[in-house]
Design a protein around this ligand. Structure first.
Ligand code: AMP
Length: 115
């Protein structure tokens, strides 16, 4: 891998701490450190080779589908099964970590909370 490890890769490798709520062979999920909703989780592929959801969907739709499935399972567990799934794509849209991740937001959302 030519890129520096992302902050999420460091979480996968237990190099920095996180409140991990689920882990599979391909994915990890943990609580966002700056929650924008009562439930705010991040679902992240362990690989950092996809920088955003557009790349992921084009190159590995099965992995994207597994992210949605895990988001749904976590929403069942933490917020009654109903949730907002947000993929910020590009700096101008608020993306700060260029290792694809889904924000799972739930539990009494305000209209304005977009992750
Ligand atoms: P985005 O702005 O869509 O790229 O989302 C990145 C998210 O990662 C933000 O909501 C941050 O609060 C979150 N974040 C950054 N560092 C950490 C960390 N060490 N643990 C948990 N969440 C983090």
């Amino acid at each position: 891998m030519s890129e520096e490890p992302s902050i999420f890769t460091k979480i996968v490798n237990r190099e920095i701490p996180a409140d991990i709520v689920a882990e599979t062979d391909d994915l990890i999920a943990f609580r966002d450190i700056h929650p924008q909703a009562p439930v705010h989780l991040l679902v992240v592929p362990k690989t950092q080779q996809y920088h955003n959801v557009v790349e992921l969907a084009a190159r590995n739709p099965a992995l994207m589908a597994s992210m949605v499935a895990l988001a749904s399972q976590l929403a069942d567990r933490y917020c009654g099964g109903e949730f907002r799934l947000v993929f910020n794509t590009g700096e101008a849209a608020g993306q700060t970590v260029f290792h694809v991740h889904a924000h799972v937001l739930g539990g009494g959302l305000d209209e304005g909370s977009l992750g």
